[in-house]
Design a protein around this ligand. Structure first.
Ligand code: ADP
Ligand code: MG
Length: 687
């Protein structure tokens, strides 16, 4: 990205802007010339294609070079409506032009002059028509016609023409001042165009080929900087001193378990111990499929910290999950002399105060909770370990905020979203990654079936049969309440219907995101305690809850969910000793839906599913980029740009392994990374 004064100049001084328009531009995030240059088109309109009228297809958008063959007429069929009409020809055929409420056009068009008209052509019987075409005389063409124009995201009060002008004028100011931060050898090796060319051509491309070249370079640079800065901050983190913990015998804890650790759990715990025993700060991500047993590994780390006299904070995204962890952790630590407390948004004020006081005095060893742990007045006496579970719900900033509560506490992040390998570096380049790649041996695969409506009755009978055997079922719907716009099952609608009809006589509960947490907890608790047979819900149950007696997961409108999400939901069953099933109601007949359902029925492996999901839909759908705390990307699209991403990864590997950042040629790039990292740390300390 360019540097220097002109780039930092306020947008209001750019020709054609001024105070009022500058204010509108801020709504689009444009404050400076640099912001304008980095405000990229969302699309292009190719006005460079000149067509003979006879060649034009119905519905085509193109330019035509033609002159009037009749007088221009105007009619006013209604008040507030003016219609200007003209007939033009290029010698091959006629074209009728119509403008609505642009009265002035009739004075602009003259006989005997050639014009370029740009617009969408429609066939109306024998006639070809263009509505509201853009006009330039053939002689003057080149600004509004005859070239490829950018199409920008807009805000009320700003038109495409405004933005094009602002950006065109910004480009004029910046011309020849762009600083090339990518060294020549890198640009040659990866076929990356020059920075000045790239900014010119991304906004006002000479050809679509140029635009693609420009885009390639800008995407490459964005991803390269992202990955290198993550790796560099990982390097900095590595130098950060942390607490050095003494090794601890965890057998007293393990002896309380009813199972043996898998070798994957042992391996990951060993990696954690190595981090904890070193005097460096731990920054580790534990990735493991649903049910792989991440929690116990975290609990073992907490045990090590506690026996070393350090406190731990365990942060989870929902109250239900916090309570569940609290209950199981407390039970494990009960007679091991480790005190555990729970702090959530619905903890009573008095108790909250008591907990905060105890935490501050060091009388609580483990604090489990939701965002409430982040509140400014939650202080610790000696915080040594911070764990966040189901990390995709927390941002990088919250992670950082929690770690400033202690003196460089070790950090452990757990996620059940298997990240496709191709994205790990981009999403988690600043963390060391441990993978629990094995499920406990007692797990039976969950039989999964994709069905259509004709199976509905059979499915309800199946639920009844399982309930009669003492089991419980989940039914997940994409919507909370019935909607006029979206045709899909709603949790409220379905719960009501099956209570009175199909599942009459069964105890049916309802839980969804619009309910108060206390209410949600009440319903959830009833389900956990076996006082409900069927729980109808939205995806609020997606994360972490554990009800071993539930063996049926039914998902309505499964086509509306991402595959990774379906996999998470499916992971809610198969947690006990009972044979479990997942039924996907697929209400779509599309090919892609069918393929997606096939993936779900053919594998229980979260990694495979996430890779496929990425192929079929794109990462935005897999797990919302923002959920991951990934900086918003300005131009790159992780799905569309997978090929560029692969090149970037090659380049990053080469740069790091050959230690190129210290080379003269890489000085500007290196400085850019330092600026970004500095900015990031500043941001964190401000929060
Ligand atoms: P997740 O990785 O999805 O968070 P959990 O940590 O909640 O999984 O573990 C799921 C269930 O598996 C829990 O009931 C836990 O007690 C159990 N579990 C964990 N490790 C093992 C193991 N090695 N063998 C058998 N059961 C295990
Ligand atoms: Mg978990």
């Amino acid at each position: 990205m360019p540097q220097g004064d002109i780039f930092r100049m306020s947008i209001k001084y750019v020709k054609g802007v001024g105070e009022a328009r500058a204010k509108l531009l801020t709504k689009l995030g444009i404050y400076t010339v640099n912001d304008a240059l980095n405000f990229f088109p969302r699309d292009y309109q190719d006005r460079s294609i000149l067509k003979k009228i006879t060649e034009i297809q119905d519905g085509e958008e193109c330019s035509v070079r033609a002159s009037l063959v009749s007088d221009v007429t105007e009619s006013k069929p209604r008040r507030n409506l003016s219609i200007v009409k003209a007939l033009v020809s290029d010698g091959t055929a006629f074209l009728s032009l119509t403008w609505f409420n642009q009265s002035y056009i009739k004075n602009n068009l003259k006989n005997g002059i050639e014009y370029i008209f740009f617009g969408k052509v429609k066939r109306n019987g024998m006639r070809l028509e263009m509505h509201n075409p853009v006009i330039e005389t053939a002689e003057q063409s080149g600004k509004y016609t005859g070239r490829i124009l950018p199409v920008y995201p807009l805000t009320k009060g700003l038109t495409q023409t405004h933005l094009r002008t602002v950006i065109e004028n910004s480009l004029k100011l910046a011309e020849s001042k762009f600083e090339e931060i990518l060294p020549q050898d890198l640009r040659e090796r990866y076929n990356l165009s020059h920075i000045g060319f790239s900014y010119e051509e991304i906004h006002f491309p000479q050809s679509l080929h140029h635009m693609e070249q420009a885009r390639r370079r800008l995407v490459f640079e964005e991803l390269l900087i992202l990955q290198l800065s993550l790796l560099k901050s990982k390097g900095i983190n590595k130098e950060q001193k942390g607490n050095r913990f003494e090794p601890v015998d965890v057998n007293p804890l393990l002896n309380k378990l009813t199972f043996k650790l898998t070798s994957a759990q042992k391996k990951v715990f060993e990696e954690i111990c190595n981090d904890m025993q070193s005097d460096r700060k731990m920054n580790r991500l534990i990735q493991g499929d649903v049910g792989s047993g991440k929690t116990i590994v975290a609990v073992m780390a907490i045990y090590v910290a506690a026996k070393n006299g350090y406190q731990s904070a365990f942060m989870v995204p929902t109250e239900i999950l916090a309570e569940q962890h609290y209950r199981s952790v407390r039970q494990l630590f009960e007679d091991l002399g480790i005190s555990v407390r729970l702090l959530t948004g619905s903890t009573k004020k008095k108790e909250k105060e008591e907990i905060k006081a105890l935490a501050k005095e060091g009388k609580i060893d483990v604090l489990i909770g939701t965002h409430a742990i982040l509140e400014d007045d939650t202080e610790f006496y000696k915080l040594g370990l911070v764990i966040t579970d189901e990390q995709h719900r927390f941002g990088v900033r919250q992670r950082a905020k929690l770690s400033v509560k202690g003196e460089n506490p070790d950090l452990l992040v757990m996620t059940a979203t298997p990240i496709p390998r191709t994205l790990t570096l981009t999403l988690y380049g600043d963390l060391d990654v441990s993978i629990i790649d094995e499920l406990p041996p007692d797990r039976k695969p969950i039989d999964t079936y994709a069905v259509n409506e004709s199976y509905r009755e059979r499915i309800y009978n199946f639920i009844r049969k399982n309930v009669a055997e003492g089991r419980q079922a989940y039914i997940v719907c994409p919507l909370v309440e019935d909607s006029d716009e979206i045709e899909a099952e709603s949790a409220e609608g379905l719960a009501e219907r099956i209570r009175d009809n199909e599942l009459k006589g069964l105890r049916v509960g309802l839980i969804h995101g619009k309910m108060k947490s206390a209410e949600k907890d009440k319903v959830m608790r009833k389900f956990v305690d076996g006082q409900l047979d069927v729980l109808v819900s939205t995806t609020v149950i997606e994360v972490g809850v554990n009800v071993p007696n539930a063996n049926l997961m039914i998902i309505e409108n499964a086509e509306r969910f991402g595959l990774s999400q379906l996999h998470q939901l499916r992971g809610r069953v198969g947690r006990g000793k009972y044979k479990s099933y997942c039924i996907l109601f697929n209400q779509s007949k599309s090919d892609v839906s069918r393929q997606r359902m096939e993936i779900m029925t053919s594998t229980n492996n979260g990694f495979v599913i996430s890779e496929k999901d990425l192929e079929l839909r794109g990462p935005g759908d897999v797990f919302g980029v923002r959920q991951h705390g990934l900086p918003e990307l300005k131009i790159a699209n992780l799905y569309r740009d997978m090929d560029i991403l692969k090149d970037v990864q090659k380049a990053v590997k080469h740069i790091i392994e050959s230690n190129l950042l210290l080379n003269e040629q890489y000085m500007l790039l290196n400085k850019k990374l330092d600026d970004i990292i500095k900015e990031k740390f500043k941001e964190i300390s401000l929060n």
